[in-house]
Ligand binder design. Sequence first.
Ligand SMILES: Cc1cc2nc3c(=O)[nH]c(=O)nc-3n(C[C@H](O)[C@H](O)[C@H](O)COP(=O)(O)OP(=O)(O)OC[C@H]3O[C@@H](n4cnc5c(N)ncnc54)[C@H](O)[C@@H]3O)c2cc1C
Length: 673
Amino acid sequence: MLSVVLLLACSISVRAVVVARNLLDDPVTFAATTYDFVVVGGGTAGLTVAARLAEAHFTVGVLEAGQYRPNDPVIDVPKNFGTAVGNANYDWIYATVPQLNVNNRSIRHPRGKVLGGSSAINFEMFNRPAKQEYSAWSALNLGKGQWDWTGILPYLKKSETFTPPRPQDEFPTVSLNRRRSALPALVDEYLKYARDVLGESVVSLVDFVSAGFDDASLVVDARDDPFHGFVGPVKASHNEWYSDVANPFIATMNSLGISTNDEPDSGNNIGIYNCPASVDRSAGVRSYAAPAYFAPNSASANLVVLTGAQATKVNFAAIGTASVAAKSVNFLSGGTQYTVQARKEIILSGGVFNSPQVLELSGVGDKSRLQGFGIESILDLPGVGENLQDHAMVPLSFKLTDGHHTWDELRNNATFAAEAAAQYAATQNGILASTISVLSFFPLQTFLNQTAVESTVSSLISDLTQSITSSSALRILQNVVQLVWLQNRRIPQLEIVMIPGFNPTGTVTVPTAGTSYLTVAAVLQHPFSRGSVHITSTDPVAKPAVDPNYLSVAFDKAVLLEGIKFIRKLASTEPLASHIASFNDPPASSTTDEQLEQYLKLGLESLKHPVGTCAMAPREIGGVVSEQLLVHGTVNLRVVDASVFPLHISAHAQSTTYAIAEKAADTIKLAHA
Ligand SMILES: Cc1cc2nc3c(=O)[nH]c(=O)nc-3n(C[C@H](O)[C@H](O)[C@H](O)COP(=O)(O)OP(=O)(O)OC[C@H]3O[C@@H](n4cnc5c(N)ncnc54)[C@H](O)[C@@H]3O)c2cc1C
């Protein structure tokens, strides 16, 4: 039935068709031009930075491996999120190497392969972390480049046109709980070792991060709106359809100490809230990088996009001994190799897996690793492809009592699905314009008692201390930051996502016909595990090996296990409990820690937020790009995408990725003013 819905939705193209004069499929013409900037990857960040540079009168050539797919209901219809996953017309279809700690399973890792990149296939949640998390980015870069809340907020605002929820869609407000817990003695123990290994530089880092926890700086007036932008390219709006299980869910979360947060974009994201979606509500369609940043510039002579073209290598010219200059990019189109020249800079925006791949293929990365493939080392940067961090999640599903309205009705009831399609065609609204919207974020202290927090953190510190001598400086400093965060109730460690229907990405079981479900996912926000992505071959079309190394630090498993228990407690607490007919995945018979751990290993998947593989941090501690996003050791090669996150955030990744690209564009314009 969903295919009928899709077909119907297909016939009601609601976005204006843009004739893109600067969209090329001719590689010869593209390669014959020298652009001021060549951008590799027309995705979330790539189109943003390209459009802003073109608006500033630079010429920009964008290489995009995927195709432009305007007015495609798979992308556009908000409720169709997830349907592009696994489809090669939209998705690179990555999967991890077998993951030791989850039964050697290979975990799916979709990445957008289409103009607009992952913003075209993501699940449309559009939110922000706690402000102190950006302070840590700034701290890891010694305060340079203003990567703190004050420095990033203007770009979060610049990228969006925000529409608040209608009054009837606001969640009931429950006052915020701001108690602080004490763990300093435990954290001090790790700091002592960190000081021994790293020297006194770590002390100033801790001071820098801790300064962001000033209570006064978090007091906000929710009705005053200094936090949102109202004229930016990406439309952020709220659902107008909600499942009838949402209200009992929210009330139960409130009763378990998760307060409603009516200004989650303010830098304080603790609590349960109605998450905005990247949806253009007036047209009822997804708002993503292609319509937001490319389409408005599609008649501009400055911005040229070549689709179906995969960059394979950056070519350098040596300048002096200390740094090199990038001059051109090799790319494949229709099986033939071409080269395009850049006058000023080359910007890699291929995303968290492909940007490090292109760097390694170009001789930038760990020297000994590259020599193993016979690749000439241009720059020895061991951090390339390291520091992979992801939001691991585990979804639990519950069968609902009869008569509930969830997304399952589209599968269960052909008449309902046809009516929904007709409503969407007529009004661009209704259930087909809805997305996941009930999110909550909270610290350990909300779902563990103080003794459990202390013992969990104590085991963590012992694990981190044991591995400290084999950890990179970046990793040790990140551990310090994350331990400081664990002391503080302002930094979420767990996200709970409410999905009104059967899990759209689940692999454990299939839904029963005629049944409605509630899916609730626990998502680890700040993993201590670190993974990597590296080439496995010199063949540029061979996929690199993705290894998030899930649950390699026991703390990560412990938090997710406690998350599972919290969700089961939630489902057993009124008023939600009356709406639950039975536990589905895992079944009610799974009660022991061993059984729940088995379920965790079976059900763990990615929330699809891998970040960090070209980390923005000083070269001496293992960083790949500077605070200007210049690849260390180069004068004009930048990375602008989610791979530069130095440390993960308690938010979905897209709005921060847009902000990074907006900020990068200003930095680059200044450099060439
Ligand atoms: C299924 C899914 C669901 C998600 N859900 C959410 C969500 O609900 N909310 C949220 O905030 N975030 C979500 N995310 C994450 C978010 O969308 C990404 O973190 C963000 O879009 C990444 O942006 P980017 O610019 O780094 O990479 P991308 O947007 O992926 O862009 C990379 C682009 O480069 C192109 N490319 C790559 N290599 C080459 C090459 N060698 N030559 C030419 N082109 C190349 C790709 O085709 C792609 O277009 C989700 C992601 C996925 C995949």
